[in-house]
Design a protein around this ligand. Structure first.
Ligand SMILES: NC(=O)c1ccc[n+]([C@@H]2O[C@H](COP(=O)([O-])OP(=O)(O)OC[C@H]3O[C@@H](n4cnc5c(N)ncnc54)[C@H](OP(=O)(O)O)[C@@H]3O)[C@@H](O)[C@H]2O)c1
Length: 155
C-alpha cells in the first residue's frame, strides 16, 4: 500500500493566497509537493505495487478541495492543489481499472498537527482513520472515490 500523505499549506502572509493577489511562487511550491510529488512517488512505486497481492493507493486530500463545499479558510493555492489531487486520483483509478490496485482519496478532517498549529479539534489518531480504512479496503472495494470518516465527499 502507498499512502501519499505529505502535504503543505503554503505561505499565506501578505495576500499570498488571496486569489486577487495570489503569489504564483507559492502556488508552484504548493503544487510541487501536493500534486507533482504524489505523481512522482506514485509512478516510482507502481512497479512494486503491481507485484503486491492487494495493492492500494491512498492520496490524502482535503474537503477544502471540494468545489461545491466552500469550506475552510480561503487558501487559493492549497485548496486548488487538493482539487487537482482529487482529479489526478480519478485519472489513476481509471487507468488502473483493469488491475487490482484500488486508488482513492481521503480527507482526515480538521486535525491537530503542525499543519494547523496543533489547534484543531481532531487528534492525529482520528485523522489517520480514513487513511487506514482506504489502505486496507477489501478486493472489490471502491475505486476513484473521495471519502472521509462519514462516507463519500462530493467532488
Ligand atoms: N491537519 C489537517 O487539519 C488537515 C486537513 C485536511 C487535509 N490534511 C492533509 O493531510 C496531510 C497530512 O497533513 P498534516 O496535518 O499531518 O501536516 P503536517 O503536520 O504539516 O505534516 C506534513 C508532513 O508532510 C511532510 N512533507 C511536507 N512536504 C514534503 C515534501 N516536499 N517531501 C516529503 N515530505 C514532505 C512533512 O515532513 P517534514 O516534517 O520533514 O517537513 C510532514 O511529515 C496533508 O496532505 C494535508 O494537506 C490535513
Amino acid at each position: 500500500m502507498l499512502v501519499n500523505n505529505a502535504g503543505i499549506g503554503g505561505r499565506a502572509d501578505n495576500g499570498a493566497q488571496d486569489p486577487t493577489t495570489l503569489d504564483l511562487d507559492v502556488l508552484r511550491t504548493v503544487l510541487d509537493t501536493n500534486v507533482f510529488g504524489v505523481v512522482r512517488v506514485t509512478n516510482a512505486m507502481l512497479p512494486l505495487l503491481h507485484r503486491a497481492e492487494s495493492p492500494r493507493i491512498v492520496n490524502m486530500s482535503s474537503n477544502m478541495g471540494a468545489l461545491g463545499l466552500h469550506t475552510g479558510p480561503q487558501l487559493a493555492a492549497y485548496a486548488p492543489s487538493k482539487t487537482m489531487l482529487n482529479s489526478i486520483t480519478a485519472q489513476y483509478a481509471r487507468r488502473l481499472a483493469e488491475t487490482n490496485i484500488l486508488v482513492n482519496t481521503g480527507c482526515p478532517g480538521y486535525v491537530a498537527t503542525e499543519f494547523t498549529g496543533f489547534a484543531a479539534s481532531r487528534t492525529p489518531e482520528q485523522g489517520t482513520a480514513i487513511a487506514i480504512r482506504l489502505a486496507t479496503l477489501s478486493d472489490g472495494g471502491p475505486r476513484g472515490g473521495f471519502f472521509d470518516e462519514e462516507g463519500s465527499i462530493p467532488w
